[in-house]
Design a protein around this ligand. Structure first.
Ligand SMILES: [Zn+2]
Length: 289
């Protein structure tokens, strides 16, 4: 699943390709992948801006309708013009003839360029909405602020609503803080010196502040370097991001030495997810999961 930095990378890549272009035609090959208003209402319109909320892409059209894109597990956005850009989950769809066997929706622009939404498992979708529908959209309404929009007070208060839960599960909850996925949860906990299975009630205010700072830091670094290098993801220009190779302290480093103290990094399971931590830098407490 792409995490926030990967989606931000796609947003930036697509902004270079499709802004100001007029949508000549939209072809929906899979009904499940198109939601909301009829596609007719987007045809003939220009794409004015591309925003992102959490892991959702939001494209504003010149008639003030919004097209929301969710890649979910296996979504891809592939732009083919003079240059080719691909972002999201790469199957062979990136190299084969377009539309490919996993293409669900595609856009033809007035200048002959095309944008393909591919999605092998069909959990992702595009949804056309007016402003009102957007303010009422269940996903967007529930979405918490992004890490850099949260104050330490706000973050602390949000954590306190889940005092019995383990900290990793709570920061993965998109209603607590938006956009944190597995990689950034593990990396953020490491930077805060916090074992990911610590109960929220045992997390100190200092640790919570350090955790928010750590999450902001790793996510910003990842965005700057073009997303993580989960092997399944390519960034908008088709190359891979370099975050994990350059910066990861614990994620996918099990069996290797902690960069800070030399202790062996351990992989375990917390909150139902594969979890990486340094047993010395992130000591487990008695009541931890
Ligand atoms: Zn360590």
């Amino acid at each position: 699943m792409p995490e926030l930095p990967e989606v931000e990378t796609i947003r930036r890549g697509l902004s270079k390709c499709i802004l100001k272009k007029q949508i000549k035609q939209i072809v929906v090959l899979c009904d499940k992948s198109w939601r909301g208003l009829d596609k007719q209402r987007a045809q003939g319109r220009k794409i004015c801006e591309i925003q992102r909320r959490g892991k959702a892409l939001l494209m504003r059209l010149d008639n003030d309708l919004w097209l929301m894109g969710h890649l979910r597990m296996t979504g891809q956005m592939i732009f083919i013009g003079k240059e080719k850009f691909a972002g999201g989950h790469p199957d062979d769809g990136c190299v084969e003839e377009m539309p490919g066997r996993h293409t669900r929706v595609y856009f033809e622009f007035d200048d002959g360029t095309r944008l393909f939404f591919n999605d092998q498992r069909k959990f992702g979708f595009l949804k056309l909405m007016d402003e009102l529908a957007m303010t009422e959209d269940a996903f967007l309404r529930k979405l918490a602020p992004e890490p850099w929009d949260l104050t330490t007070d706000d973050f602390w208060e949000r954590l306190q609503r889940h005092r019995q839960a383990v900290i990793k599960a709570v920061i993965l909850d998109q209603q607590v803080i938006a956009g944190v996925g597995n990689i950034y949860a593990d990396e953020g906990c490491f930077l805060a010196g916090l074992y990911p299975g610590t109960r929220v009630r045992a997390v100190s205010r200092e640790q919570a502040d350090a955790l928010l700072r750590g999450i902001c830091e790793v996510m910003q670094r990842s965005i700057d370097s073009g997303g993580s290098t989960m092997k399944d993801y390519v960034r908008a220009d088709g190359t891979k991001g370099s975050y994990l190779e350059k910066f990861a302290q614990v994620f996918r480093r099990e069996g290797r030495a902690c960069r800070k103290c030399g202790t062996e990094i351990i992989k375990t399971r917390v909150a139902g997810r594969g979890t990486h931590y340094c047993p010395k830098c992130q000591p487990r407490g008695a009541s931890d999961a």
